[in-house]
Design a binder for this molecule. Structure first.
Ligand SMILES: CC(C)(COP(=O)(O)OP(=O)(O)OC[C@H]1O[C@@H](n2cnc3c(N)ncnc32)[C@H](O)[C@@H]1OP(=O)(O)O)[C@@H](O)C(=O)NCCC(=O)NCCS
Length: 197
């Protein structure tokens, strides 16, 4: 177990150092005491009933601000309902678990992140990715993005838009790995990216 701990800590340190190199402050400590085993699968509506509340609790104010553009304490029921609507075509999501986390009533492990596209009648679907705070910087966001883009290709989605707060360095680093093209957003605080699937 000790050697596994070291591997997690060294991964976290490496990523922390690479952020320091880019003059981005390290935001939090990683508290995981085991090597995460990241698995992903397509999300179904029941996942949101089962896991949404506990995962939301594990997002700090900054993560909530970056994800919802305001540091919400709780989400209005209408937003929750909208997020839980995944039909696999117009709206689809990938959920990530840490299968090495041994939790009661969690046969697949601990839910640690979700990536989705959300249909938009006025244009391409919109992308979002969320990883709970303790698992950020460990490659979970990248795994979610990879899986979401594979799913999008399978379902015939050709283009996805992402609106990202300009100050959100982590999401901007993540999306830039997918040859994202910057589009006009009409808002100086928001960078709009187009990802060709
Ligand atoms: C943005 C987010 C999804 C990234 O997920 P993650 O699991 O931390 O990302 P990964 O570990 O896969 O890293 C992806 C890239 O982001 C970089 N990164 C991660 N955290 C970072 C940080 N705090 N600052 C700067 N870059 C960071 C990584 O170095 C990596 O880039 P590289 O390949 O060039 O090294 C996650 O930080 C998050 O959920 N944030 C809060 C919610 C949010 O902002 N969602 C996006 C709304 S659209």
């Amino acid at each position: 177990m000790a050697s596994l701990d070291c591997r997690v800590n060294s991964t976290a340190r490496r990523r922390a150092n690479s952020r320091t190199d880019r003059a981005v402050p390290f935001r939090h400590h990683v508290h995981i005491d085991h090597m995460p085993l990241i698995i992903t699968r397509e999300a179904v509506p029941e996942d949101f009933d089962r896991y949404f509340a506990e995962a939301f609790e594990e997002l700090g104010p900054e993560s909530r601000h970056f994800r919802f553009f305001t540091a919400v304490r709780e989400l209005p029921p209408g937003v929750l309902e909208r997020l839980a609507h995944v039909d696999g075509m117009v709206d689809a999501a990938i959920i990530a678990f840490d299968a090495a986390a041994d939790l009661p009533n969690h046969p697949e492990g601990k839910p640690i992140g979700v990536a989705r596209w959300m249909g938009n009648p006025e244009g391409p679907p919109e992308l979002s990715v969320t990883v709970i705070d303790d698992y950020q910087g460990l490659g979970v966001g990248s795994r979610l993005m990879d899986a979401l883009l594979v799913l999008a290709r399978k379902r015939g989605v050709r283009r996805i838009i992402a609106d990202v707060l300009r100050e959100n360095s982590a999401m901007r680093a993540l999306i830039n790995r997918y040859r994202a093209v910057v589009q006009p957003s009409g808002d100086p605080l928001i960078v709009r990216y187009r990802v060709d699937v």
